[in-house]
Write a protein that binds this ligand. Structure first.
Ligand code: ADP
Ligand code: ZN
Length: 217
């Protein structure tokens, strides 16, 4: 099964993907987490992409696709994509990649929340610097302040979650990523989930949706 989670920055893609991948046994592929790990480790790839992330710009399609290609080399069961594709060119490249692997795209799940809500959520988001688990200091705080429940790693406020960068990321989303909605609608794989409210309830809605609508298709 291959599923894409689509939505605004801060719409809950990462949170939902983390919950879903363990519930459904799918492989979570977050390009954002991957880039942040490379940056933290100071690898050549990390050095190349750091400026894009801190400026709220998209990493070049070419770099993104190299990373995705390398992940596909050892793919077994398919992916839960989070943060990829983010441009039409990336979507087309993914289609071609899936065809070459004789795999299918089962669903694109659009997490629908409005812009005002995502801005608010992002300002209270914290991320574990070790395992990338996402918290929200208001709606889903860790048990101990600034410490990850799962791995005891320190929680950080993402550099690109500062107001000026958020504004830029939202603009980039509207310009380059939002067109994917009509692209996937035309492909007949587009589904929308209301992504306001309790994260656990949203996860349950997605799971039951996948079990009833997608797994038996
Ligand atoms: P969010 O979904 O909250 O915007 P992500 O963690 O998915 O955050 O992405 C953070 C940043 O990583 C993006 O702003 C961008 O710079 C880079 N990035 C992640 N995925 C992609 C992608 N598919 N194409 C280009 N850049 C990407
Ligand atoms: Zn952690």
């Amino acid at each position: 099964m291959n599923i894409i989670l689509l939505g605004y920055p801060g719409s809950g893609k990462g949170t939902q993907a983390q919950a879903l991948s363990s519930l459904l046994g799918m492989e979570h592929l977050s390009t954002g987490d991957l880039f942040r790990e490379e940056i933290a480790k100071g690898t050549p790839l990390g050095l190349k992409v750091a400026e894009y992330l801190s400026g709220g710009k998209l990493v070049d399609d070419k770099i993104v696709l190299e990373v995705i290609n390398s992940k596909f080399e050892k793919v077994e069961k398919g992916f839960l994509f989070d943060g990829f594709p983010r441009t039409l060119d990336q979507a087309e490249a993914l289609d071609a990649l899936l065809v070459s692997k004789k795999m299918e795209l089962d669903a694109v799940i659009f997490l629908n929340v409005d812009e005002a809500e995502v801005v608010e959520r992002i300002s209270s988001r914290r991320v574990c610097s070790k395992c990338s688990k996402v918290y929200n200091v208001i709606s889903s705080p860790p048990k101990k302040e600034n410490v990850c429940d799962d791995c005891a790693g320190p929680l950080l406020f993402r550099e690109d979650d500062k107001p000026a960068v958020i504004e830029k990321r939202i603009m980039v989303y509207k310009d380059l990523t939002e067109p994917l909605i009509s692209y996937y609608r035309a492909n007949g794989v587009f589904y929308e989930i209301k992504a306001r409210g309790d994260a656990k309830v949203i996860t349950e809605n997605i799971v039951s949706f996948i079990k009833t609508e997608i797994a038996n298709k």
